[in-house]
Design a protein around this ligand. Structure first.
Ligand SMILES: C[S@@+](CC[C@H](N)C(=O)[O-])C[C@H]1O[C@@H](n2cnc3c(N)ncnc32)[C@H](O)[C@@H]1O
Length: 270
């Protein structure tokens, strides 16, 4: 098992972004497979906004949320508790070595998790192991290299190169979306049982630009990613300030446009 550092960390600017996620904007490809009574495992549940909605959709089936640290799991627990979700339980585990028996869940879900792992193929195998025959493994990951934006701001090219370098130095794969199918095949899933799809997040209205641009403007200055960029010698604090200012300029542009493409798989487990 390969354990790598989680590039984003759980700084407030990161959580602010992750908390805008809903089942509809981040797990739409999965929703038509869900129904009341299913038992779902959500690995890498993080701030838990998607987890909470999936839990509501399958109740009185169960939601089990997994994170690899107590601190991260507390974030999920707090969100589900605040929403009064009564069908959830919580466990600390590494997705690459889950602490559940074979064939335990109907749906095993991971959103934006495989891109942070050293062994995404092993993780998919493990997700398949705990999934009941006939159940579903569902994964969705962004593809950083395929991000596109307008206006062309050179500092945002710097930001993307920096992010991808830092993530790779952690042993992770930021361009995960395009690799999901390859990873699923390497994990041994039946190619005839894999349904690949893609969807995007678009930030092109004032509120969306303010959220995304403001989030990255903060995040490049103060977050686990910022600390790693500086500690590794890949950027100085002045570089990060320039990139942060550029995100604010982009967010203020009335014609600002940013597209985040994602790969998605629904895998029917044999
Ligand atoms: C980008 S966040 C996604 C959180 C949530 N799924 C969402 O989309 O809002 C990735 C999450 O995966 C968790 N994670 C990273 N490595 C993990 C591992 N090996 N096992 C379980 N969770 C892990 C991180 O702690 C983090 O909360």
């Amino acid at each position: 098992m390969s354990t790598v550092r989680y590039t984003h960390g759980h700084h407030e600017s990161v959580l602010r972004s992750h908390r805008t996620r809903t089942a509809e904007n981040s797990a739409g490809y999965l929703l038509h497979h869900l129904r009341s009574g299913l038992d779902v495992l959500d690995v890498g549940s993080g701030p838990g906004t998607i987890t909470a909605e999936l839990a509501e959709l399958v109740a009185p089936g169960t939601m089990t949320a997994v994170e690899n640290t107590d601190a991260a799991l507390d974030l999920t627990r707090a969100e589900l508790t605040a929403r009064g979700i009564g069908n959830a339980s919580f466990a600390v585990a590494d997705v690459q070595a889950l602490s559940f028996d074979d064939d335990t869940f109907d749906v095993v879900h991971a959103h934006q998790v495989l891109q942070h792992l050293g062994d995404p193929v092993g993780a998919l195998r493990e997700m398949g192991r705990v999934c009941r025959p006939g159940g579903i493994v569902a994964v969705r990951d962004a593809d950083y290299r395929a991000f596109s934006w307008f206006p062309e701001v050179p500092e945002l090219d710097e930001w993307l190169a920096l992010y991808r370098a830092v993530a790779r130095s952690n042993g992770a794969e930021p361009d995960a979306g395009r690799r999901l199918l390859s990873w699923a095949l390497a994990a041994g899933f039946d190619p005839g049982q894999i349904e690949p799809t893609a969807s995007v997040w678009l930030y092109a209205d004032p509120a969306g630009r303010a959220d995304w641009g403001g989030m990255w403007a903060d995040r490049v200055l103060a977050s686990s990613f910022a600390d790693q960029a500086v500690a590794s010698g890949r950027a100085g604090r002045d570089d990060l300030q320039r990139i942060s200012d550029a995100w604010r300029r982009w967010a203020a542009a009335p014609d600002g446009w940013l597209l985040v493409p994602h790969g998605e798989l629904v895998i029917r487990v044999a």
